[in-house]
Design a protein around this ligand. Structure first.
Ligand code: UDP
Length: 241
């Protein structure tokens, strides 16, 4: 059984959606400059002693619900979505190579000739050695999301926080796109999120974090320097704890 001592280095799980990796004008499914910039900021956090695990989404390439809308089989579509996360994980691995940060990829779906298989003990060892661990393939099961995969990996690796990179700088009382005056809530309890019916993550992901006491940080990915702050535990965005 994996054990982490209280005085161990900070360990975080960063969830990056597929859409975050996409070119802003949709001209390419991967924005290589953005991915390299992201890798460079994560490298700096690792140099400061933070252990970083990443779960990447696949929504820039495919989602099971797209298959459904096309009249295709939903389960096959979900596997296509999971394979899409492998493509994004390889793009991030390549970005880490470019900035000189050691990184490994583990996948929950079998693609063993391309990336490693999911292994919690191996991930733990790699993180302790200062390598970034990129998790692909979501949970490995259809009907789930990469948010749930992020919550699972955060809990099983005893991470100090699940850090969700989004387009908005935190959790709002209402949708800030619909109401620009909506109040930003900086610190909330899990109970408050449920009472106020706020959508922080999908319900399975949220419940996993709530039941296992894993704080969730929601922050804006596109403000330079934010990732480093969020990874290092500095105040940024909103926190549920
Ligand atoms: N997916 C799945 N099981 C998982 C994770 C993902 O079936 O455990 C599929 C699902 O079809 C999903 C797609 O992969 O829509 C891409 O994942 P997600 O939508 O979470 O990516 P993101 O929105 O973070 O880019």
């Amino acid at each position: 059984m994996l054990r982490r001592e209280k005085d161990d280095n900070r360990r975080v799980l960063l969830k990056i959606s597929g859409e975050a990796l996409q070119e802003r004008d949709n001209s390419s499914i991967i924005d290589a400059d953005f991915a390299t910039g992201l890798a460079a900021e994560i490298k700096e956090a690792v140099a400061r002693g933070v252990q970083v695990a990443i779960v990447v989404g696949g929504g820039n390439i495919f989602r099971g619900t797209i298959a459904q809308a096309l009249g295709m089989d939903r389960v096959k579509g979900d596997y296509m979505g999971m394979m899409a996360t492998v493509i994004n994980a390889l793009a991030m691995e390549s970005a880490f190579e470019m900035v000189g940060q050691e990184a490994i990829v583990q996948s929950a779906v079998a693609t063993s000739h391309v990336v490693g298989r999911l292994s919690q003990p191996k991930a733990d060892i790699a993180l302790n050695k200062g390598k970034v661990v990129i998790f692909a393939g979501g949970t490995g099961n259809p009907y789930f999301t990469t948010d749930t995969a992020a919550a699972l990996r955060a809990v099983e690796l005893r991470c100090d926080a699940l850090i969700k990179a989004t387009k908005v700088n935190g959790i709002y009382a209402e949708d800030p796109v619909k109401n620009p005056q909506a109040e930003r809530l900086e610190s909330l309890s899990f109970q408050e999120v449920l009472e106020k019916n706020l959508r922080v993550m999908d319900q399975t992901a949220f419940s996993l974090c709530k039941e296992n006491g894993c704080p969730i940080v929601v922050f804006d990915l596109y403000t330079k320097g934010n990732i480093l702050k969020a990874l290092a535990g500095e105040k940024v965005g909103s926190i549920v704890q």
